[in-house]
Design a protein around this ligand. Structure first.
Ligand SMILES: Nc1ncnc2c1ncn2[C@@H]1O[C@H](COP(=O)(O)OP(=O)(O)OP(=O)(O)O)[C@@H](O)[C@H]1O
Ligand SMILES: [Mg+2]
Length: 156
């Protein structure tokens, strides 16, 4: 088990959420796996849009009936949505291992559906709250590669 660090953040509005995403995106400089957890409408796609924006990607979609969408930017972004996934086999059937060994950024919504498929090194984002409520986010860095992101975000 690799070392972990965590950070709590509040996002009072959709715009805040987007900005947290942008801050994360600006700190990415190579392969990364960002695992998102949170109920329907928690703000996972909003956060993803912010991350994507920082990578020069402006066409993130939601809701999605597609397991993964590929986007090209400063870094490539593969946006997974595991909402409809019933078994990790569905991920491996579309070449999940190849995504994991690629150079780009992977963002996955609904990670609670595929906990066994997550790589050991990852940044988890747990979002609480929905509707018009403010959101509370807990970011957990699994592996030192993600510590810097938490360090910078903690100073924002
Ligand atoms: N911090 C926030 N405060 C208030 N509203 C927010 C916040 N973040 C996102 N929202 C709003 O919540 C709604 C749902 O956001 P979003 O689509 O990002 O959620 P999601 O977690 O991706 O949902 P799904 O489970 O359907 O994938 C949007 O209308 C968005 O504007
Ligand atoms: Mg979504």
């Amino acid at each position: 088990m690799s070392e972990t660090k965590s950070l709590e953040l509040n996002a009072l509005s959709e715009a805040d959420m987007y900005e947290v995403g942008r801050s994360i995106g600006n700190l990415l400089d190579g392969h990364a796996f960002i695992a998102m957890f949170g109920d329907l409408g928690a703000g996972k796609t909003t956060l993803t849009k912010g991350i994507a924006e920082a990578l020069g990607i402006h066409d993130i979609l939601s809701p999605t009936f597609t397991i993964v969408r590929h986007h090209e930017g400063r870094l490539a972004l593969d946006h997974f949505d595991a909402y409809r996934i019933e078994s990790v086999d569905e991920l491996y059937a579309i070449g999940f291992d190849d995504y994991l060994s690629g150079d780009g950024v992977i963002v996955m919504e609904w990670c609670e559906n595929v906990p066994d498929a997550l790589p050991q090194e990852r940044l988890e984002v747990h979002i609480e709250g929905s509707g018009g409520e403010p959101r509370n986010m807990e970011l957990v860095a699994f592996g030192s590669k993600y510590f810097k992101i938490l360090e910078v975000l903690s100073k924002c």
